[in-house]
Unconditional design. Structure first.
Length: 249
């Protein structure tokens, strides 16, 4: 189904019949994607007086308790509350859910012992386009990103200059296919996070970072309408389900 919507001052045609889910779900067990040195998530039925509350065990319902960390175990969207002492809830900070987004594919550059995404690369990929959201797919882009155990792998990250460029461009929502926009082990500096939210100035409370996405190779670079769906947790971060809809020429 093709829909025409008024978005700001533009009329956009959106292909609603082909939603492109770029989230990684949370599943029980060790095959779940993971980072930050903790165990896998658990999804298991509760027990009462020795009885397992599961239909397969004779109960009338399934009644699972889920134990997970949003930063470690799948696609999540976070607010500045992730890195400051004040509490900023993602459920309160994110009040709009549709944004004009650009999907870009970037091959990280070698920098000393790291793989980084630089401001120069982003300027080349984005050019003069004005977008509220940027979706970054790194290459190589194998499906094992959906089950990767990232702890102690020194994943690719964005330089502080790259983040500063996005802020200057007016990008409010950054989506990235690695566990963090910062270096895995940086001594707690988190310079890219701090730069994105401008924690030394007028904090960008309505800006979000979404990490641990997976953008299939079947998704072309280009302009999309992003539906940034979140679970309503009163927390600095929450599991999320970003959906892309192709903007038609």
């Amino acid at each position: 189904m093709i829909a025409t919507i008024q978005y700001n001052s533009r009329k956009l045609k959106i292909d609603l019949s082909n939603p492109l889910d770029i989230s990684i779900p949370i599943r029980d067990g060790k095959k779940n994607v993971n980072a930050w040195y903790i165990g896998p998530p658990k999804i298991e039925p509760e027990q009462f007086d020795g009885d397992i509350v599961s239909v397969s065990k004779g109960a009338s319902v399934n009644f699972n308790t889920i134990t997970f960390n949003p930063h470690s175990h799948g696609t999540h969207t976070e607010t500045v509350g992730h890195i400051v002492s004040e509490k900023y809830s993602i459920n309160k900070a994110l009040k709009q859910f549709f944004f004009l987004a650009e999907v870009i594919t970037v091959a990280p550059e070698n920098f000393e012992e790291d793989a980084v995404i630089s401001a120069k690369q982003l300027r080349f990929a984005i050019g003069n386009k004005q977008r509220e959201a940027i979706v970054i797919r790194t290459i190589p882009n194998q499906k094992d990103k959906k089950t990767m155990q990232y702890s102690n792998t020194n994943w690719p990250y964005l330089t502080q200059d790259a983040i500063a460029y996005l802020v200057k461009k007016g990008v409010k929502h950054l989506l990235f296919d690695q566990p963090s926009v910062d270096r895995e082990k940086d001594g707690g500096e988190l310079s890219s996070h701090h730069t994105f939210w401008n924690t030394n100035g007028n904090i960008r409370k309505d800006a979000t970072i979404t990490e641990f996405i997976y953008v299939s190779n079947k998704v072309d670079d280009g302009c999309y309408m992003l539906n940034l769906q979140i679970a309503p947790f009163e927390n600095d971060a929450t599991p999320s389900k970003p959906i892309l809809y192709k903007v038609l020429d």
